[in-house]
Design a protein around this ligand. Structure first.
Ligand code: HPA
Length: 234
């Protein structure tokens, strides 16, 4: 057991999918995994382990934002021997050509967070996805016939940001705004593990369009399939 995860040794699989919302973790466990077992309920940040296509997989809620996600992922890497971490979440699109419901495979992640300054001072680290996972996710998305883009996202600490800093990121080709991936990739680098973020566009920051609750459910299911197929044959 670690401070924020109640699992005993061996209860968490080597491959873990990471939705922000713990109820999404429960939904995934109940709809996609065989024989799912809940291993933690601390703070209601639910985690489950089951099997998918014969492979042991866990799904762990992380909460919103880099500080929350960092706690769970650090404990998964440090105490539970997790080797593969795949975030599944949403983002807001900041390029005109990106559409709501698109899936973005985040090859890299910029951030406005103070976390890198605490870790690196004046040095600037480049948080990057694991290439093998990215390749597999790309292949899974093609096989499933799901529209997807590969590129850079930005992990912001402010969901409600009246400075409109997204415009700076947009000028440099960043596809979308979310709140976790930069720290996930940084932790994977530190612990020498593999990580990837798979994101669906839930809203469009330029046009104001937003996915309906029903569309969010469908796109979540598509994204979950890509993530599961990505880790199934590792
Ligand atoms: N900003 C930050 N994170 C997000 C957004 C957004 O617009 N949409 C979904 N996650």
């Amino acid at each position: 057991m670690s401070t924020h995860i109640a699992a005993k040794e061996g209860e968490i699989a080597q491959a873990v999918l990471l939705p922000g919302d713990p109820l999404r973790a429960q939904y995934m466990a109940e709809h996609f995994l065989e024989n799912p077992q809940c291993y933690t309920t601390i703070r209601n940040m639910l985690g489950f382990t089951g099997t998918y296509k014969g492979k042991r997989v866990s799904v762990q809620g992380t909460g919103m934002g880099q500080p929350s996600m960092s706690i769970y992922v650090t404990e998964l890497f440090r105490f539970y021997g997790v080797t593969t971490a795949v975030r599944i979440g949403t983002c807001g699109a900041i390029q005109a050509e990106t559409q709501v419901r698109d899936i973005i495979l985040a090859a890299s992640a910029c951030t406005d967070s103070a976390i890198p300054r605490q870790r690196f001072g004046d040095l600037c680290f480049a948080p990057t996805a694991d290439f093998g996972l990215l390749q597999r996710a790309h292949h899974a998305a093609e096989t499933l016939g799901l529209r997807h883009l590969v590129g850079t996202v930005a992990s912001t600490d402010l969901f409600y940001d009246d400075r409109e800093n997204w415009k700076v990121w947009a000028r440099y080709g960043v596809l979308g705004m979310e709140m976790e991936s930069a720290e996930l990739y940084t932790l994977a680098a530190l612990f020498r593990r593999r990580a990837l973020a798979i994101l669906t566009v839930s809203d469009h920051i330029v046009t104001g369009e937003a996915a309906s609750a029903e569309e969010r459910q469908t796109t979540f299911t598509d994204m979950a399939r890509i993530a599961l197929d990505t880790v199934a044959e590792l």
